[in-house]
Design a binder for this molecule. Structure first.
Ligand SMILES: [Zn+2]
Length: 449
């Protein structure tokens, strides 16, 4: 034992002794003050009018109405407490058995559906997924929560946190639905495409003008994916088709003359008039302006006049602007020379491809090639020219000859025999317009110019 402890104990012992002495002192004191007589006298001063008890207050009995009120109040309180207890039991404390898809699951009545699902891991049902506009999974749990119906009524997911299972008898839990991400929407113009097929015959016709479309495009807010939600106005393809008309039940042939007019045109017109044959002339604008009288005669005598450009360029080498100018000027020259309105072209060398159609489809109705090439420009002799036509003639054939661009004497010499011998074979002669009409070639779909 340390010296301090010993000192402390000693101190306590001494204090205990002192305390006992104080108690004894108190017990020896006369608490009453030691003067009995004085006390009695003091009591006797109070006048109880001879009674040892204090006077009773006047007794007031409760009236029958008040008693009834009190009784009712008490009853109400009892009922209220009972009802409160019942309510608490019914909606909070009670244990509820819920039949969840055939399995009985118990929980306190005040368990919310959210909690109930949480406590049972959604009963093994999967949540919906969050999908991108194109159907890619962005979040495998990001869709709707599992779907719950209580006693046959679907509970909105927004109410899961506030709806308790107190009234639930049966509950169905089904997997949540997938949800597609939010999106923004834009209206966009779509450029028209083309459908140009030049391989089915010598007559190429614009059957549909290209037209831009309008689309409503959705852009996924999360994925940034874009989808076409709606075709507001579908784009229309520029469509050029080619035809080889062979009029049913007929035996027709179209004679065509290029590169004129020139000094050789007049004798050709004379032969045609004499033989009562109609032909088609694909004329150069600059020559039409040089020989307007011949142009006018062609028209007057019932031949078809169409354009062969202004000055015979190779069109695939031309820019879009130059090409359009060449073609429009060629048409305008014919209009000026003979008041001919045409949008029918025969491209020089027949060179007119997909690109040229894309560049000019709104100003050209038709490009006319040929099916019999007489090769007259090689000046092979009138017999060769004649034989080339006769050998290859068929119903609907288009024969290519020339009335300009060089010495066309052999054409003039060959022409009467060609016509006579075709007639002997039963052919009649048609213009390109007539051939198309007879052969069922669709009317051109003209562009706005
Ligand atoms: Zn030519």
């Amino acid at each position: 034992m340390s010296q301090n402890k010993r000192n402390r104990d000693k101190y306590i012992d001494e204090n205990d002794v002192a305390e006992n002495e104080v108690v004894e002192d108190l017990q020896s004191l006369d608490i009453d003050g030691g003067d009995e007589e004085e006390d009695v006298a003091a009591v006797e001063e109070i006048d109880f009018q001879g009674s040892a008890k204090p006077p009773k207050r006047p007794h007031r009995t409760m009236g029958p109405v008040a008693a009834a009120v009190v009784t009712v109040l008490v009853a109400l309180i009892v009922v209220a407490l009972g009802a409160g207890a019942w309510w608490m039991w019914r909606f909070h404390w009670r244990s509820v058995d819920v039949n969840v898809d055939g399995e009985t699951v118990s929980a306190r009545a005040d368990t919310t559906i959210a909690r109930f699902l949480d406590d049972h891991d959604d009963f093994g049902r999967t949540r919906g997924r969050l999908l991108s506009l194109k159907g890619k999974v962005l979040d495998k749990d990001g869709g709707d929560p599992v779907a719950v119906s209580v006693n046959g009524t679907t509970v909105p997911a927004a109410d899961y946190g506030t709806t308790t299972i107190a009234d639930a008898e049966t509950m169905t839990v089904t997997p949540g639905k997938d949800v597609t991400e939010a999106h923004t929407s834009e209206q966009r113009t779509t450029k028209y495409g083309t459908d140009i097929n030049l391989n089915n015959g010598p007559i190429q016709v614009v059957t549909q003008q290209g037209e831009d479309g309008e689309q409503e495009v959705w852009i996924g807010k999360r994925s940034k994916e874009e989808i076409v939600h709606k075709e507001i106005k579908p784009a229309k393809k520029l469509t050029v088709q080619s035809f080889a008309p062979q009029p049913a039940g007929k035996k027709v042939i179209a004679l065509t003359f290029d590169d004129g007019p020139s000094q050789y045109t007049e004798p050709i017109l004379d032969i045609l008039r004499q033989k009562k044959v109609k032909a088609t002339f694909f004329d150069l604008g600059e020559e039409a302006l040089a020989y307007p009288k011949l142009e006018q005669r062609m028209v007057k005598e019932g031949h078809q006049v169409a354009s062969h450009s202004v000055s015979h360029p190779y069109m695939p080498d031309m820019s879009r602007d130059d090409l359009r100018k060449e073609i429009l000027t060629g048409f305008a020259d014919l209009k000026e020379a003979s008041d001919t309105k045409t949008r029918v072209l025969r491209a020089p060398y027949g060179a007119f491809g997909v690109q040229q159609w894309k560049d000019t489809a709104d100003i050209v109705d038709m490009n006319v090639l040929w099916s019999i090439d007489t090769l007259d420009w090689k000046r092979p002799g009138k017999k060769a020219i004649h034989d080339e036509v006769l050998k290859n003639a068929y119903n609907g054939a288009i024969a290519l000859m020339h009335d300009g661009g060089g010495d066309r004497t052999q054409d003039i010499e060959a022409l009467p025999g060609i016509i006579d011998d075709l007639k002997k074979q039963g052919y009649s002669f048609v213009t390109i317009d007539e051939l198309c009409e007879m052969g069922g070639v669709p009317k051109p779909a003209q562009g706005k110019d």
